[in-house]
Design a protein around this ligand. Structure first.
Ligand code: TYM
Length: 340
């Protein structure tokens, strides 16, 4: 690591390995920003396997999906020489600081987390685990361990970052300046990518139907078909208007981001042409982008030795930072230091 790294502001973020393939919302809302930020920031990115087990996981699948998530992050452009890439469970301090943060969070405060309400409603509140309930608090620990200045995520994570700020301020107020207060880093244009069949709902792996979900590792032909059958509206005008034309606007956002073209330029280009033309072209743009992404993912996955050595180095770098923060936290709270 260069000395410079210490002068740069720090970012941290995480992604769950649960679905196997990342979807377009994960990529445009978060991972794309991670790639850009490794140039200007001291960047820590992780695959959050401890968060994944808040819902039941098949052990063999979880192991495979964790490696697959890492391979996709590398294929998307993360460079282990420019960022610290690791698996959450390789750094035990996450669970340790998680406990401390559990003891700092009010029960009512945790009960207000909307993601828990949504997720537990889906599987039946009685079947939800306590781990799912305290999930945001583990996320707080993830962020505070690294003294992150900013957290690049999609809009759905905003509330968890607000909780992180609240708990950091509470701890600092009670025990003295310990944690950096992190800011959300949410890019407005791509903060929420919508389901192609229901453009009022966010694109999500747990959508009721997979028809509006674009998985990056699916056969490109399958995704092209989904894009061509995206719901638009009964009008024919191609104009960005999230309220009146959510379907068209979502397609324009995806198109603009994947090609680096401004939305007004696209509106101009498609003036007088129908939705069919826009969808056909976007399907082509997507296939062209995703084909090499899939190939690169397979290549990284095929070289397990390299993958595991990247993760070993990442964990070592991450632990150096995390252990220091945890020791300081314990000391501030009055936990008796162990004598070695
Ligand atoms: P996860 O795995 O659900 O999603 C990973 C990232 O993808 C973003 N995202 C979206 N962005 C735009 N539009 C969408 N439709 C869309 N769907 C998902 C998410 O906002 C996220 O940034 N709790 C986190 C993981 C986590 C974490 C952390 C994040 C654990 N610890 C510490 C930041 C910092 C989660 O479940 O993300």
């Amino acid at each position: 690591m260069s000395v410079m790294a210490f002068d740069r502001p720090r970012v941290l973020s995480g992604i769950q390995p649960t679905a196997g393939s990342f979807h377009l919302g994960n990529y445009l809302g978060a991972v794309r920003q991670w790639v850009a930020l490794q140039e200007s920031h001291d960047a820590f990115y992780m695959v959050v396997d401890l968060h994944a087990i808040t819902v039941p996981q098949d052990p063999a699948e979880l192991r495979d999906n964790t490696r697959l998530a890492v391979a996709q992050l590398l294929a998307a452009g993360l460079d282990p020489d420019r960022c610290t890439l690791f698996v959450q469970s390789h750094v035990p301090e996450h669970a340790q600081l998680g406990w401390v943060m559990n003891c700092l969070t009010g029960f009512g405060e945790a009960s207000r987390m909307t993601q828990f309400k949504d997720k537990s409603a889906k599987q039946g509140a009685d079947r939800a685990t306590v781990g799912l309930f305290t999930y945001p608090i583990l996320q707080v620990a993830d962020i505070l361990l690294y003294q992150a200045n900013a957290v690049p995520v999609g809009e759905d994570q905003r509330q968890h970052i607000e909780l992180t700020r609240d708990l950091a301020e509470r701890f600092n107020g009670r025990f003295g300046e310990t944690f950096t207060i992190p800011a959300p880093y949410i890019v407005k244009e791509t903060a929420k990518i919508y389901d192609l069949q229901d453009p009022t709902a966010k694109m999500s792996k747990s959508a009721p139907s997979p028809k509006g979900l674009v998985n990056l590792l699916d056969e490109p032909k399958v995704s092209a078909k989904k894009i061509k059958s995206a719901v638009t509206d009964t009008d024919t005008v191609i104009r960005f208007d999230e309220k009146e034309k959510p379907g068209v606007s979502n397609l324009l956002t995806i198109y603009a981001t994947l090609t680096g073209t401004a939305v007004p330029e696209l509106e101009h280009r498609y003036e007088g042409k129908g939705y069919g033309a826009l969808k056909t072209d976007l399907a082509e743009v997507f296939v062209e982008w995703v084909t090499p992404f899939r190939e690169r993912t397979q290549e990284y996955l095929g070289d397990q030795e390299t993958l595991d050595s990247i993760l070993a180095k990442g964990a070592e770098k991450a632990r150096a930072v995390a252990a220091e923060t945890l020791a300081k936290t314990y000391e501030r709270m009055g936990l008796l230091p162990a004598k070695h």
